[in-house]
Design a protein around this ligand. Structure first.
Ligand SMILES: Cc1cc2nc3c(=O)[nH]c(=O)nc-3n(C[C@H](O)[C@H](O)[C@H](O)COP(=O)(O)OP(=O)(O)OC[C@H]3O[C@@H](n4cnc5c(N)ncnc54)[C@H](O)[C@@H]3O)c2cc1C
Length: 243
């Protein structure tokens, strides 16, 4: 059973029409995370069937700081988890477990492509801002495939956080989630990026309906599967197969 931990909300800022940035302080000790990982928040909200709504949120701040950390949350319709995270007040305690996740920095040299879709940008921000990844930032290209500038974290925020670290950062307009053109567009984008420069390691985060087929596409293009890291935020085919 996962250890229950506590953090306190010490700051909250609306950073977009549907986006909130939360600053949290550990109630005691250190979080002990590596950039790219996430926590699972226990909202305490009971869902139909009696299960508690527990939701994953990636840590967007640098792992150089372990007593305080930041989360960025996009409100998804009437969803219980994201609305809880948009409601929680400064001063409140946030129960969670973690850190979790294998979306971790590789320490072997080589050029890197970090490809985020939609809210998946948070996992890549944590990764890119982490201590271990920074060493390779100069050889890293970042692409964010997202519907609109105000979809989530403002482009200006992401640019400041990413550009200081990386060789290149591009935001590319994506068709909406569920649009049949999304996957062909994402594939074509990936091909353009791969044609421009050699890619030794790839990190894909966001919509599972895109990143799993993109992983297969990359594999077909010669990138070994063991050099591709994935973090699906929604439409996760693995999870569907288990449930
Ligand atoms: C490893 C991991 C890390 C995550 N990190 C973050 C993060 O840093 N910030 C963040 O805002 N969210 C993040 N998420 C998503 C988050 O866990 C919740 O799924 C999200 O907040 C919706 O929860 P909900 O209870 O509000 O809605 P739900 O009722 O659970 O979801 C409603 C519907 O929306 C779909 N959905 C979920 N997210 C999206 C999305 N981005 N775009 C379109 N549809 C979506 C769900 O598949 C579901 O069908 C992460 C998910 C995972 C698995």
């Amino acid at each position: 059973m996962a250890e229950a931990r506590l953090a306190r909300v010490i700051g909250a800022e609306r950073i977009g029409p549907q986006a909130r940035l939360l600053r949290l302080a550990m109630a005691g000790g250190e979080l002990g995370f590596t950039g790219g990982q996430y926590i699972i928040v226990n909202t305490g909200i009971e869902l139909d069937g009696g299960k508690l709504a527990k939701r994953a949120y990636s840590i967007v701040s640098s792992d150089a700081e372990q007593t305080e950390f930041q989360l960025a949350v996009r409100r998804i319709g009437e969803g219980p988890g994201s609305n809880f995270m948009h409601r929680i007040a400064v001063g409140a305690e946030l129960p969670f477990s973690g850190p979790w996740g294998k979306f971790l920095p590789e320490t072997t040299s080589g050029s890197r492509l970090v490809f985020a879709t939609d809210t998946g940008i948070t996992a890549t921000l944590g990764l890119l801002r982490g201590r271990q990844f920074r060493e390779f930032a100069g050889g890293t290209t970042v692409v964010w495939f997202v519907e609109a500038d105000d979809y989530f974290i403002p482009a200006s925020f992401a640019r400041v956080w990413i550009q200081a670290e990386c060789a290149g950062f591009e935001i590319v307009a994506a068709p909406r989630v569920g649009d049949p053109e999304r996957l062909p567009c994402a594939r074509a984008l990936l091909d353009r990026v791969l044609a421009r420069r050699r890619t030794d390691w790839v990190y894909l985060a966001g919509d599972g309906a895109l990143i799993y087929p993109l992983r297969d596409h990359l594999s077909g293009a010669g990138v070994p599967l063991e050099r591709i890291r994935l973090e699906a935020f929604f439409n996760n085919p693995d999870r569907r197969a288990r449930s």
